[in-house]
Design a protein around this ligand. Sequence first.
Ligand SMILES: [Ca+2]
Ligand SMILES: [Ca+2]
Ligand SMILES: [Ca+2]
Ligand SMILES: [Ca+2]
Length: 354
Amino acid sequence: MVKKIYIFLFVLTLVFSNCFKEKPSQYDGVLTLIIYSEFEGKIIPFVPVTLETNDYNISTVAGITDSSGMVIFNDLPWAYYQVSGKSTIIAPSPHDSTKMDTFSVNGSEFISIDEDNLKIDTLNLIVSGAEPGLKINELYIGGAPCHSYWYDQYFELYNSSEDTVYLDGIVICRMGKMLANITYIFQFPGEPLTGKEYPVPPDSFVVLAIDAYDHTEYCSESIDLSNADWEFRNSMDYGDFDNPDVPNIENIEVGHHLDFLPSLGSDVILIADGSDVDYLDGMDIESVIDCVEYSSKPEHIKEIESELDRGFAGVGKEKYSGQSLERIAPGFDTNNSTLDFEIIPHPTPGYQHE
Ligand SMILES: [Ca+2]
Ligand SMILES: [Ca+2]
Ligand SMILES: [Ca+2]
Ligand SMILES: [Ca+2]
């Protein structure tokens, strides 16, 4: 509390000492920035922080947050700044909460300045690898509210980056224990990494149905997936439905005869760039684009590496309830599905819940 009062007084002093100044019209040392470094709502001390701007020809300004997670930059030119930080943190292991794990974290945001000469902002750090891009945005896997009807499962992808991304050659997998163990592996057509046949523009959704038909014909409270963007297909599974108007994500695992069948209760779903197709030795972590673990049970023991997902989504979700799992905002990803996802009452194929 004492510390908070000191900071408050310090801030007041700055505000009053600056309040009669005019907004400067050129390069001038008038701006003070106070940055706090946080990870999952907790203050993280001793994080190296840099400020960069394109507004003037000035070099990067560097600092480090103190033991209270705060760094002050004084006498800055009036400009728009990008604040960035990178560090490693030690936090309880998602695999065993009695042990500690080390994580690489980073964060980057733009500081919006206005008339004030003092700006206070928080740099929210995320586990490395959770930068914008193609995300698994929704997993509708728990079954429709009809007796044992789960054939209407689908995933939804979302492009949270500012660039068009391409689905060409991307693989989508169910994972067993850790990255060493892939249990299902399907692939989009096209050339991995270089192909540009299947674009996903920024801020758009892609629906991947297990079977792209109108499921309301069999369960009135289910959904019509006949217009899905893609459908999973195993040509070795002769009973697997194939909508001729919906392109297929094909099984590529030799000797595998089943459709893509996500578990209703707990599973790990992963998308990777397709550069690693030697699936017998597991999945190369460098090739992973996004990965989500879910489980309806709170006592669930995590399956996947914590670099990919520190938590798991879906605690309390009930089977055959028509509930779905969706990110709290489109593409919102901190690589902790406990925080990133919520249970929604109805599936939202191709759009975000309210
Ligand atoms: Ca299918
Ligand atoms: Ca098809
Ligand atoms: Ca992620
Ligand atoms: Ca959705």
